[in-house]
Ligand binder design. Structure first.
Ligand SMILES: Cc1ncc(COP(=O)(O)O)c(C=O)c1O
Length: 483
């Protein structure tokens, strides 16, 4: 074990660990600096995977040797979302500032469930800034979570408390009183149905309302669905708007949805997983008009905010409703007037987690170091690049745009023969070649190549590479099929 031969787990040779730590930090900074020089992704070889599996280590090894395994066997085989040419799914690229802050928070090893310590002040500061971004009142509650899947789940639980009262925490659901129904568009992310499932309401109680030609929820169809459910004795309770749909980046008419929610007495939740942070880009923010009227917003700092994974967030207009949905009075969580068990803001009262990492620190560092203007500019840049990509695709006769480019996502396909299989094969070959990594989805029944430009490092070269490579692979595959 080298430097770790003492009775506890601290080093006996701190200088050796310091030197090793410096090498590790240097290597990671080199890695980030050189991201563009390597492939976006390379498949982990079967032999590497097999060799990596080993017995539970009873005896330790040198930190240096363990690090060498990481450097050779793990680091080169990441999913590539930090790489400028990564455009798959909707994933942020991270920053060196976030990485350094993560090291600091791991060093502190703080548990942000509660108690009286300065790290909670950092989370409260980020919460205060988040309220400001979305125009929420001082009384709004909020919390870091793993991601928007979890934040949407909390949104549904808070909406449930609101309609059924806090007794529902103890009594659960009473179907005899009318089953709850929630509303969203057919373009919703799957985690919203999962949230209803996990809340015991049932994913089948989520009404997926038809969308218009721009993939935005149709308000007329929404009103009709709510009326039909009321007529059948159901209890509409929650309306979920989307700011940035997962497939094409559409933004629902949030002001229109806020009106419907107010009229119908529904909790208005916005799934803004990536799109909500468009609020930081002055030219995009007006398209989210109405988000400031939401009852709760789920979003991720780790997507367009470029904070390293993970840093999901929920913001809740009625902070007291959020607190009373989750707080418990277990003896071991009691507060004192003073001392470490003091403090008046314990995040464990606002969500289900007692053990919570210091996600706020990397977010605070990022906001302080770059400022919202630079973050907003990088968000705007990804949308400008998407518009350029859309224009280039529209100009290429062999390619076809499959949805209007509204934000930072471009869905398109190659027009060649056996079109679905062809596009799947193009994406698989693109990934294998490592020059660009879009993902696949299905738009109106058609297999689509989906480029979600989220990473602040992506630039025009990556856009050009993507299109050039799709065209080239399309020709190669056509040639291979003809042969
Ligand atoms: C619109 C939308 N909602 C929810 C999610 C889930 O977010 P997370 O992966 O942070 O759980 C995503 C993920 O891409 C998304 O795009």
């Amino acid at each position: 074990m080298g430097a770790f031969d003492g009775a506890d787990l601290d080093p006996t040779d701190w200088e050796a660990v310091r030197a090793q730590g410096r090498r590790m930090l240097d290597d990671m900074i080199d890695h980030m600096q050189g991201l563009r020089d390597g492939p976006v992704w390379r498949a982990p070889p079967a032999t590497l995977r097999a060799g990596f599996r080993e017995a539970l280590p009873a005896a330790g090894s040198n930190l240096e040797d363990v690090y060498a395994r990481f450097a050779q066997e793990v680091l080169p085989y990441s999913s590539g979302n930090a790489h400028p040419a990564f455009m798959g799914w909707v994933q942020g690229g991270g920053t060196v500032v976030g990485m350094l802050a993560e090291m600091l928070s791991a060093g502190m090893n703080s548990n942000l469930g509660g108690r009286d310590h300065m790290p909670l002040e950092v989370e409260q500061q980020v919460l205060a800034w988040t309220r400001q971004i979305f125009g929420f009142p001082q009384s709004a509650g909020g919390l870091f979570l793993t991601g928007s899947s979890q934040a949407n789940f909390l949104g549904v639980l808070i909406a449930r408390s609101r309609i059924l009262g806090l007794e529902s925490r103890r009594d659960g659901l009473d179907p005899a009183a009318g089953r709850l129904t929630a509303y969203t568009s057919s373009a919703v992310h799957g985690c919203v149905a999962t949230a209803l499932d996990m809340a015991g309401i049932g994913s089948g109680q989520l009404r997926r309302i038809a969308v218009d030609g721009d993939h935005r929820i149709r308000l007329d169809a929404l009103a009709a669905a709510i009326a039909a459910d009321r007529a059948r004795g159901f209890r509409p309770f929650c309306l979920v708007g989307t700011a940035g749909t997962v497939d094409v980046g559409a933004i629902d008419d949030l002001a229109g949805l806020a009106d419907v929610a107010a009229r119908e007495g529904l909790h208005f939740h916005v799934d803004g997983a990536f799109g909500a942070l468009a609020m930081l880009a002055p030219a995009l923010a007006p398209r989210l008009a109405g988000i400031e009227r939401a009852d709760s917003i789920a979003f991720d700092w780790h997507k367009w905010g470029q904070i390293p994974y993970d840093a999901g967030f929920i913001l809740v207009r009625d902070g007291e409703l959020q607190r009373s949905t989750f707080a418990s009075d277990e003896a071991y969580l009691r507060r004192s007037q003073s001392g470490l068990a003091g403090g008046d803001w314990w995040p464990c009262d606002y969500g289900p987690d007692l053990s919570r990492s210091f996600r706020a620190l990397k977010t605070w560092f990022t906001l302080k170091t770059y400022g919202t203007q630079a973050l907003g500019a990088s968000i705007q840049r990804t949308c400008d690049l998407a518009a350029e990509l859309g224009a280039r695709i529209a100009a290429e006769p062999e390619l076809e745009l499959l949805a209007p480019v509204q934000l930072n996502i471009v869905c398109f396909r190659h027009r060649g023969a056996d079109v679905d299989a062809l596009n799947e094969a193009i994406v698989a070959r693109l990934h294998a070649q490592g020059a660009a990594a879009p993902s696949l989805t299905c738009i109106d029944g058609k297999t689509a190549i989906r480029a979600a430009i989220v990473n602040h490092r992506t630039d025009r070269r990556d856009i050009a590479t993507l299109v050039d490579q799709v065209l080239e692979i399309g020709r190669e595959l056509a040639g291979e099929r003809a042969a």
